[in-house]
Design a protein around this ligand. Sequence first.
Ligand code: F0G
Length: 455
Amino acid sequence: MSIAQNTETAARLRCIFCGAAPDCAGQDFRCTACGDLLEFVFPGWISDSPAFDPAALKSLWLNRRTSRNPLDQSGVWRFRELLPHIPNPEEHVITLREGNTPLYRLPRCARATGVENLHAKHQGMNPTASFKDTGMTVAASSAHQQEFRWVACASTGNTSASMAAYAARGNMHSLVLIPDGKISWGKLSQSLDYGALTCQLRTDFDGCVRILNELVRQRPVYLLNSVNPYRIEGQKTAAIELMEQLAWEPPDHIIVPGGNLGNSSAIGKALLEMRELKLITRLPKLSIIQAHGANPFYRSVREFGGKKLEPMTADTLATAIRIGNPASWKKALRVLQATGGEVEEVSEVEIAAAKAEIGADGIGCEPASAVTLAGLKKLRRSGFVKSGEAVVLILTGHLLKDPDFTIKFHRGDLFAGTGDAAEAVQAKSLQHAPVVLDADLGAVIAAVDAAERNS
Ligand code: F0G
């Protein structure tokens, strides 16, 4: 079934600032008239027509869950009516069956925050263990369809892991630019195994982006950062799948981490489009949480009313969101305002504590994802989120992405000798340090008894 007069031509590029509508994007995915970002719009959608039936679309998507077609088995391509069309999908779509991620209740976190109806949509359960796969399948497929030999990205580690995997599946070469020393080993090891040319640059993420933007002007390399609007389209599907999991009954709040701000833009875009298509009747408030040490968007909104964004030198142990000059801040601002969401910042200790609390619910996530729970606590204290409201946290990466952080936290080493050591005392009760014992039954029984007394 089609929701557009002609799905083949339904998606159009448009500049988010000046409205210019280029036929195709340049190498850097920036508007040639004003330099701002491009986005996909769907002027062919005929949701106002009496013939358009949102219920039929929902049941089409649901029925695809039982299909054997790889496109239908993907939690992204299952929703292809809302995505740009890739010609000859059998030949060009690169899929690892991404999406299809679980929605979990978080009972302990619910008690700790006083929000009874609290869920986590775990995007870390994607094939390369982060939310990046949902956008990557679409953008990498577009690169394949355009016959690029090389794809490239600057990354804090997850985009690069995802890109390297999809490039390998599509027989393309991939170039990864990552900051030397400030990404987790888990993520670095992924891009090595998937065969990327991995360059660790002696700079930060923002420095990697600068070099990459120059590179794509000089070499025929396809840019796979989230300025690429195909990435945003694929990442929309997390929100569509979430609504389906909630029987199309939107929660009151969705809370996401903010780094380069592509993901919040994508989820917000999906919410607005779903309302336009009458798939949902009201909008959840989309709130964005940043680490205090990497908070340019928070400061933009709180200090400048979103009128400008001052880049900063970012620093946080949540290395995935160690970003000082987020590319998609204007897109994120638009969805923040359109949905009535809030922006918050959280401390390093708040992030570490929240991560352990999500772990204690048997779920786990990487540090950047845990800003969502830490942010929820602050939004509860400010009264923005009320106890009776339904809240969904978007967990963006898997616990095993950054085991170093987790082990240091539980051993009590994470903040030792730092300015956060005093605040970290509050998180002590969440730590479960490993116990080293002689290979002796009595010693193990004593450890169990001691743990039982303390439980
Ligand atoms: N959470 C995780 C685990 C991430 O890897 C990222 C971004 C974010 C949140 C923030 O998402 O940038 O769309 O606002 N990681 C990028 C990367 C920058 O290179 O892997 P965002």
